[in-house]
Design a protein. Structure first.
Length: 440
C-alpha cells in the first residue's frame, strides 16, 4: 500500500505537475554532474596512485590513493551543515547553485595539478585539498536535491520522482567509468600517466557551467516558499536538528551507512577490484562497471515505482534481504576470471543496489519537517558516507591484502545488509499525526 498521510498534499494540478517535472529534471541533472565529478577520482585511482604516490608497492600506492579518496568524506558533514543551513534558511535553490559551482571548480582544478615528479610532496597534498573541497560540496548536494524534489513532487509520486536522484547519480558514475574506459582503451599507458588521467576532470568544467545556467533558472520549492512566507523557517537549523530530531537523525545515519557501503563497494571500489585484485585490464574493469551502472540507472526508477506501491520502508527491507541472499553468488561469478561472468555477476549485484538506492533516498526526507529537512538529510547521509563511503573501500583493500581472500567485499555487503534489516524493522515507525513527514 502507498505510505501517505491523510492530511497529505492533494494531487497536483497540470501546471504544478509541469513545474514539478522541470524542477525534478534540473535538480537531477545537477546531481548527475556532481556525482560524475565526485566519482571520476575512483575510476582513475589506479593511475593516480602511480602519478601522485610513486612507491615500489602497488598495493601501498592504491591504499594511499584511497586515503585521499576518503578525505572527501570526512569533510562532507561540514559541507552538510553549511549547505543545509543555506538551504533551510535561504532556500533549496541557493544551496543547489552553490554546491555545483564548488564541485565543478574543484574537479577542474584537479585536472591542472602538477604531479609528484614535478613538485614532490605538494602534489598529493594539493590533490587532498581539492578532494576535500569536492567532499564539502557533495555534503550539501544530496540533502538539497532530495528535499527540493520531495517538496515539488505530488505525494503519490514522491518515491518515483526522488528515485531519479540516485538514478542519475549512478549515470554520473557510469559516465565517469565510460570516459575512464575510453581513455584506457585509446591512450597508451605512458600517455595515460602523463596527461590522459586529466581528461575526465577537465570535462567537469563545461558540464558545471551548463548545470549552473539551468539551476539559475529554477524557482524554489513551494513547500519551502510557503514556510518562509509564514516565518516558520529557523535561523539555526543544525541546532534545532540536534535538539529536537536526534532520534530521526540516528535512523537516517543507519540507513545511509548501509546505502553508502553498497554504493562505494558496488560501483566505485569494484573498478579497482577488477583491475588490481582480479587481474582484468583497466579497460576491461571500466567496461564491466559501465555496463552494470547503466543497468542500475534504469533499475532504480523501477524500484522507485515499486516503492510508491509498497512504501519505502518495505522497499528497504527487501533491498537488505537481497544483499544477504545475492551478494556472495554475485562475487563468486566475478572471481571466476571470465569477463562475461564478471559482467553478469556485477549485474546481479545491481538488483539489491537499485532497491536500496530508491528506498534510501525516498525515506530520508520523510524523517524531518520542512524547517530542518535539508540539514537533516544532508548531515545524516554525510555521516553515513564517512564510514560507509570512505571506510569501506579502504577496509576492503586492507583485508584482501591481509587475508588474501578476494570475497571480502561480498562478506562486508552481507553484514551490512543484516544491519540494515535490524535498523529499519527495529526502529523506524510511522508518524500518523504529522502533516509534514512520514517517519519517526
Amino acid at each position: 500500500m502507498l505510505e501517505t498521510n491523510q492530511k497529505a498534499t492533494p494531487v497536483a494540478d497540470p501546471e504544478r505537475m509541469k513545474r514539478a517535472k522541470k524542477a525534478t529534471g534540473v535538480a537531477a541533472f545537477g546531481t548527475f554532474i556532481e556525482y560524475y565529478d565526485f566519482s571520476v577520482f575512483g575510476y582513475v585511482a589506479a593511475t593516480i596512485a602511480i602519478v601522485f604516490f610513486p612507491s615500489g608497492d602497488p598495493l601501498v600506492n592504491l591504499m594511499n590513493t584511497f586515503l585521499v579518496f576518503g578525505t572527501a568524506f570526512f569533510v562532507r558533514p561540514l559541507g552538510a551543515i553549511f549547505f543545509g543551513r543555506l538551504g533551510d534558511k535561504v532556500g533549496r535553490r541557493t544551496s543547489l547553485i552553490g554546491s555545483v559551482i564548488l564541485m565543478s571548480a574543484a574537479a577542474g582544478l584537479t585536472a591542472l595539478l602538477p604531479t609528484y615528479a614535478q613538485i614532490g610532496i605538494w602534489a598529493p597534498i594539493l590533490l587532498g585539498v581539492l578532494r576535500m573541497l569536492q567532499g564539502f560540496s557533495a555534503g550539501g548536494e544530496i540533502g538539497g536535491a532530495t528535499s527540493y524534489i520531495r517538496e515539488w513532487a505530488p505525494v503519490e509520486r514522491r518515491n518515483l520522482y526522488i528515485s531519479f536522484i540516485p538514478s542519475v547519480a549512478v549515470l554520473g558514475k557510469g559516465f565517469a567509468a565510460g570516459l575512464a574506459a575510453l581513455a584506457a582503451t585509446l591512450v597508451p599507458a605512458a600517455a595515460m600517466e602523463s596527461w590522459g588521467w586529466r581528461i575526465p576532470f577537465l570535462i567537469a568544467i563545461p558540464l558545471g557551467i551548463l548545470c549552473l545556467i539551468m539551476r539559475l533558472k529554477i524557482e524554489d520549492s513551494p513547500e519551502f516558499t510557503h514556510s518562509a512566507e509564514k516565518g516558520e523557517t529557523t535561523k539555526t537549523p543544525f541546532s534545532t536538528l540536534m535538539r529536537d530530531h536526534r532520534s530521526a537523525l540516528a535512523k537516517v545515519f543507519g540507513i545511509a551507512l548501509v546505502q553508502n557501503v553498497g554504493t562505494y563497494i558496488g560501483t566505485v571500489f569494484v573498478a579497482v577490484y577488477f583491475s588490481s585484485i582480479l587481474g582484468f585490464s583497466k579497460a576491461q574493469a571500466s567496461t564491466i562497471v559501465l555496463i552494470a551502472v547503466i543497468a542500475a540507472a534504469f533499475l532504480i526508477p523501477l524500484a522507485g515505482q515499486l516503492g510508491s506501491r509498497i512504501g519505502s520502508k518495505r522497499l528497504l527491507v527487501t533491498a537488505y534481504i537481497a544483499y544477504v541472499v545475492i551478494t556472495v553468488p554475485s562475487f563468486m561469478m566475478m572471481n571466476v576470471g571470465s569477463m562475461s561472468l564478471a559482467v553478469f555477476g556485477l549485474l546481479l549485484g545491481m538488483l539489491p543496489y537499485a532497491l536500496c538506492q530508491a528506498g534510501t533516498y525516498a525515506a530520508m526526507p520523510e524523517f524531518f519537517p520542512v524547517e530542518v529537512r535539508h540539514t537533516g538529510v544532508a548531515f545524516g547521509h554525510s555521516v553515513g558516507a564517512v564510514l560507509g563511503g570512505a571506510g569501506a573501500p579502504y577496509v576492503a583493500t586492507w583485508l584482501i591484502g591481509a587475508t588474501g581472500d578476494t570475497m571480502i567485499p561480498a562478506y562486508m555487503l552481507v553484514i551490512f545488509g543484516i544491519i540494515g534489516v535490524a535498523v529499519v524493522l527495529g526502529t523506524v515507525r510511522h508518524t500518523p499525526k504529522s502533516t509534514t513527514h512520514l517517519y519517526r
